[in-house]
Design a protein around this ligand. Structure first.
Ligand SMILES: [Zn+2]
Length: 501
């Protein structure tokens, strides 16, 4: 069919009876379900990430702009999405990424993006997340395919609103339908979130236009926990396009079967996986298979990954620096710690900064009794999420410029690092080994460095007067020696440790 669109007048109604009651609107949705086999959407969009803000809890970081073409067969559970992205944060650049998948398996084609992100089979988590996002982004199709459980009518500030509780794929959705126009104003669902536990994922719809007699929103704004994560301006919508079958074609014969549990894991956390789209496929799995300890100095252990942790062993306890990505990984890490050090507890969890890729695994470690060491600048953010989501008490240790920690029986210093990467950045230092751990500012033994943030760390070392001999990082591979060549960021390698993925 053609791509002709026109702006709907305010008088549009979804039923012949003249009033857009819920029941009457549903009748119309049934014919949408029968008649719409596939849709094709072209859009321009911006992505934002609240969990990568400069200030903890502050304005979301603008991470990418992109153009996207999405072809979707909702009933057949097939999709093809091609994203042409300008990446802004953390690494400026470009990335072309395309997904073609059925319900359980798919193929990713990728050029550019973060190092380590590559083409290949799609993770089941990404398939789940992509489908969740398609439903949430297309309210008329969600209404056409979901089961309605309840409805109520409320008089909002801007007129009456029908609130519909829907169920689809064992998931509850809330649809807010404008009682005057009969069109969905917003759709939302509650998802898992590493920081907040549960969080609202909500899209607001406007600029409704009719395509082959079916209304589609051409402007979308998405929020998680009330914070902006996406703006989307649609440039074309096509119903039952002729090109759909060729774009959706997938040869699945060579692909390993999908993992339903991981599909659900991604589905239940689609906002995290979609927000990270700017980085490609990093972060699409909880990385629970690669938790291992590498002793890189006496009593100091690197837990290598895409996002490293450090364990510092003292006679009376352990300190863990950072808790990467997801709670599932920390559960595995706690098991391995208990096997290796049955007599010792994690006394301190030192969090370098609030970004979710370094803190998303914090909750199990805190629940196991660790005191949380954070910058005083971020304390308000942590206090709020702990008070609203955790039942037990949490001991917060706030670092101003400097703090010495001694409860493990081994001296550990924590320093404030001023950097534009994140307000409230701290670095952990073990004086007896002259070893400094930082995250995101300098990545030892890794080619990719960030010049300005690197300078911020070197300045902090100089101005605090820290006697550093060895660098370890939240990213990178093993230990590098200080001083680092600040002009080319080259460094003498003390020990390489592969960041196993
Ligand atoms: Zn960061």
């Amino acid at each position: 069919m053609s791509v002709e669109t026109r702006t709907l007048s305010a008088a549009i109604v979804l039923c012949a009876c003249g009033t857009a009651t819920v029941a009457a609107a549903q009748t119309d949705y049934a014919s949408v379900r029968d008649e719409v086999d596939t849709i094709r959407i072209e859009a321009r969009a911006q992505r934002f990430e609240p969990r990568q803000s400069v200030v903890a809890g502050g304005f979301p970081m603008h991470t990418s702009d992109y153009e996207v073409v999405a072809v979707w067969d909702p009933a057949g559970k097939r999709a093809h999405e091609a994203w042409d992205m300008s990446l802004i944060f953390p690494v400026p650049g470009t990335m072309q990424i395309a997904f073609t998948n059925n319900e359980t398996v798919g193929i990713r084609e990728q050029m550019g993006g973060l190092p380590g992100a590559a083409g290949g089979p799609m993770e089941s988590s990404r398939i789940g997340a992509n489908f969740k996002d398609l439903w949430l982004s297309n309210p008329i199709l969600l209404l056409a395919h979901a089961e309605e459980r309840a409805s109520s009518r409320v008089d909002g500030d801007e007129g009456p609103v029908e609130r519909l509780q829907l169920v689809l794929e064992d998931t509850e959705w809330l649809m807010e339908v404008d009682g005057t126009s009969g069109l969905p104003a917003a759709a939302s669902t509650i998802e898992n979130d590493p920081h907040s536990g549960r969080i609202e994922n909500r899209i607001e719809f406007s600029d409704w236009r009719e395509v082959d007699g079916i209304p589609f929103p051409f402007r979308l704004e998405q929020f998680t926990g009330g914070q902006l994560v996406r703006r989307e301006l649609r440039t074309a919508v096509d119903v039952n396009p002729g090109s759909a079958d060729s774009l959706l074609a997938l040869d699945a014969s060579e692909l390993e079967p999908g993992d339903p549990a991981m599909r659900r894991w991604g589905w239940d956390m689609s906002h995290i996986i979609l927000k990270r789209a700017g980085g490609g496929n990093i972060g699409n799995i909880p990385q629970i298979e690669n938790v291992a300890f590498e002793e890189i100095a006496p009593g100091i252990f690197l837990v290598p990954s895409t996002h490293n942790n450090l364990i510092i062993e003292g006679p009376d306890g352990l300190a863990l620096v950072d808790a990467s990505w997801y709670p599932e990984r920390s559960v595995t890490l706690l098991d391995r710690v208990a096997e290796r050090w049955p007599e010792k507890q994690i006394t301190y969890l030192i969090l370098t900064h609030h970004h979710v890729d370094h803190t998303g695994g914090m909750r199990p470690v805190i629940e196991a009794g660790a005191s949380v060491v954070i910058s005083a600048k971020s304390a308000g953010y942590y206090r709020e999420i702990f008070e609203s989501t955790m039942t037990g008490s949490v001991r917060l240790i706030e670092v101003g410029q400097f703090l010495s920690l001694d409860e493990t029986g081994r001296e550990i210093h924590v320093y404030d690092v001023y950097t534009e990467h994140a307000d409230g950045m701290i670095a952990a230092y073990v004086p007896d080994e002259k070893l400094l751990f930082n995250a995101d500012l300098f990545s030892p033994n890794r080619p990719l460095q960030f010049g300005l943030w690197f300078d911020d760390l070197m300045n902090a070392i100089e101005w605090h007067g820290i006697d550093v001999e060895k660098h370890v990082g939240g990213h990178g591979a093993g230990i590098a020696a200080h001083p680092v060549d600040t002009s080319g960021h080259t460094m003498p390698v003390i020990r390489m440790v592969d960041p196993a993925r």
